[in-house]
Design a protein around this ligand. Sequence first.
Ligand SMILES: Nc1ncnc2c1ncn2[C@@H]1O[C@H](COP(=O)(O)OP(=O)(O)OP(=O)(O)O)[C@@H](O)[C@H]1O
Ligand SMILES: [Mg+2]
Length: 496
Amino acid sequence: MTQLNDPAVDSNSAVEPQTDIQAAAPAADTTRDNIHTLRWQSYLKDCREIINLVEPLEVAGRIVKVTGLVMVATGIKMPIGGACFIPLQDGGRVEAEVVGFDGENLLLMPQTAVDGVVPGAKVFSMEVTDTLPKPQFGRPPRRRAQDRARHFPVGDGLLGRVVDAAGVPLDGLGPIATDVTAPLNGRVINPLMRAPIEETMDVGVRAINAMLTVGRGQRLGLFAGSGVGKSVLLGMMARYTTADVIVVGLIGERGREVQEFIEQILGPEGLARSVVVAAPADVSALMRLQGASYATTIAERFRQQGKNVLLIMDSLTRYAMAQREIALAIGEPPATKGYPPSVFAKLPALVERTGNGARGEGSITAFYTVLTEGDDQQDPIADSARAILDGHIVLNRSLAEAGHYPAIDIEQSISRAMHNITSKEHQQSARLLKQLYSRYLRNQDLIAVGAYQPGSDPMLDVAISKHDQINQFLQQDIHECAAMQDSLQQLSQVVS
Ligand SMILES: Nc1ncnc2c1ncn2[C@@H]1O[C@H](COP(=O)(O)OP(=O)(O)OP(=O)(O)O)[C@@H](O)[C@H]1O
Ligand SMILES: [Mg+2]
């Protein structure tokens, strides 16, 4: 005990230099003195190495059950949303997230396949331990549980890159050049601090620019069945929009589509100012959920930098389905059409993160595709999405079948921000075009069989004479860009 309290005795007790220290005459011989210092330095170096060899005590839990998608771990305490890993005997590891608990047991959802996990396998927490404030950097301490969860790369280094839901590059172009990371759960913006939607956003698609004008920071749904042209339309917007940055989340779609979207639809010039996060259908439900959050996190970071971001999420339905898979697996009871209640809580939580930032920040204008199977607009996800989004663009199968692309049904679609951001004349022209278009459609059968007598309905006469022109106006080739100014000019020409 006394030895420990006396530093001189303590440090000397273990090793030889002791004799030298005591024998040394004070600063008499410089060479001798130097040798003495060198020996001390090498001794301290050895001590440091020995200290580094000691492994810190790590708390580990154990896997006691694996059923289907869920693993049960015991003996470790972690918060919901916390990340952990299970080392495998072959040197690999399975990463998982805490999605619930039952008494003392944690319910874990793996991010990858669980092959190789054995009964009693150890579970280690992956919490970021760096929670102390760093005075020189002025960084706030990571106080929230979410902030201590895993961080993923964000920032300019991601531009032009294709990554998976964990930020791992998929394009073979080497590591991501960024040292900025962020957790997947952004901070909620006080609704009163949000900048209102005041400016228009040019998406480069005539029918949308003119008839369904989108505002900066608006969130819209793209409602359609399969194969109606959602991906092509989103790709056109990504290529032709005036937004500073485009973030694309490809969630739960076919793996083949990812490549197709990047190479054919987005193209090199589109990709250069885009970030693509791909979590196709074959990755775990957790990764699909994470992919959507990660894409939103990347967009949030660009918004913080003051940029106007276009976020494209294909699709919101697959996101909801991934949450359904997880919720059912951990025992949540299904409610509406097999969807458990947590699904309907997750959707607004994701969507509310986009939109305008606080004043002075940038904006995230977001498009979410929503699958309406069999063109059924009453699907619970479509219903819930319509309620939380600021507008919906409906793609119509019969238009697509008739070769009318983009197959936007201007009668059923609506942009709720349009009347706040457009001029009176623009609104009047758009309304008139819509009226002419609908009038023609209502009487289409009569006109086709020649039962309509020209002159009996002046409005219909105009509609008939302008029908081809209107159709021309609403259609747009994949390779054609229609800027906002041109779209408005053409609109006024058509209805004049
Ligand atoms: N503007 C367009 N001009 C010409 N053809 C188009 C246009 N938009 C879509 N198409 C045609 O429609 C097909 C299907 O489009 P797309 O892949 O975008 O549909 P989708 O709704 O994304 O389908 P899925 O539900 O399978 O993902 C395309 O292969 C293309 O032939
Ligand atoms: Mg598609």
